[in-house]
Ligand binder design. Sequence first.
Ligand code: FES
Length: 158
Amino acid sequence: MEDKVREIISKYDSDKAFLVPILQDVQKEFNHLPHKALHRVSVFLDVPISRIYEVATFYKAFSLTPRGDHQLTVCIGTACHVRGAQNLTDHIERILGIKPGETSGDLKFSFDTVNCVGACALGPILEADGDYHGKMTISKSNKLLKKLGKKVVTDEED
Ligand code: FES
């Protein structure tokens, strides 16, 4: 882990001004921000560990616990809400067996909600691994989940 963290930091010339991109790379490498890695970042950049944790907990994109291989996020902003985002959220919770903010026990899926991703006309939006899927329906979400390797057994349709 130490070598990997050192390698990431050296890409940024050990410049503490790049703390956020450095943490983004660490998150990408380990799928979360392990305490040991944050400690190494603190030592290598000579930034107090308290400051590292401040940044790590400020941004929603960072996670201190392991994330799933796939990230699903339902937009629950007003425009998506009136087009059925709550049903979609309930459905995905049921299929994955987790609530927003959680990761499945097998570390395959993490699930979250967000307030508006700026594509309101296409709502409801389901973001899967960074890709936006608009006008999402229950049956479309089932297809997407199956494509991501989730076994979907449900009678629910749109
Ligand atoms: S409310 Fe969902 S994209 Fe704006």
